[in-house]
Design a protein around this ligand. Structure first.
Ligand code: ZN
Length: 153
């Protein structure tokens, strides 16, 4: 990788795994200006195919997930960094559930994982999220679950 400050070659002088070994963190130093910067490497799940309940096929998109979460956070004053963190947690949850191991995935699983992660953080955020995902017409059972105590999810 070249230096983002002066475009000279850089060296990696430290690296470690983070987020349960799903990410690699590397510290680089520029061989010319000697400035230090950090990169984070993680799997890019873009291109994994998902299937909606209507059986339309759509690519998994982390951006779309983040956008839905960001829209749901409207009026809840949640830091952008926290939204990204919640998006990462959702992706990690999906990964742990084997979501990315299947050749085709049900898009509802993304919603379910995101709803669970968001609900743990802020129940109102989870409610607004399902409203957005289901275009203001979320399944009643899901809303009931979100309104009941945490352990029922
Ligand atoms: Zn440099």
């Amino acid at each position: 990788m070249i230096c983002p400050f002066c475009n000279s070659p850089t060296k990696i002088y430290n690296s470690r795994s983070t987020h349960g070994k799903t990410q690699t963190w590397r510290r680089h130093i520029c061989t010319t200006c000697e400035r230090v910067f950090t990169t984070r490497e993680r799997v890019d799940w873009t291109g994994v195919t998902t299937v909606k309940t209507s059986k339309d096929t759509t690519g998994y998109s982390k951006e779309r997930l983040l956008l839905s979460i960001a829209r749901a956070s409207n009026n809840l004053s949640i830091q952008p960094a926290m939204l990204a963190e919640l998006c990462d947690s959702t992706e990690q949850q999906l990964q742990q559930n084997g979501f990315f191991n299947e050749p085709e995935q049900d898009a509802d699983l993304i919603t379910a994982a995101a709803t669970m992660v968001l609900h743990r953080y802020n129940p109102n955020l989870a409610l607004q999220y399902v409203n957005i995902v289901y275009s203001n017409n979320p399944p009643l059972e899901l809303v009931k679950q979100l309104l009941s105590p945490l352990d029922s999810l």
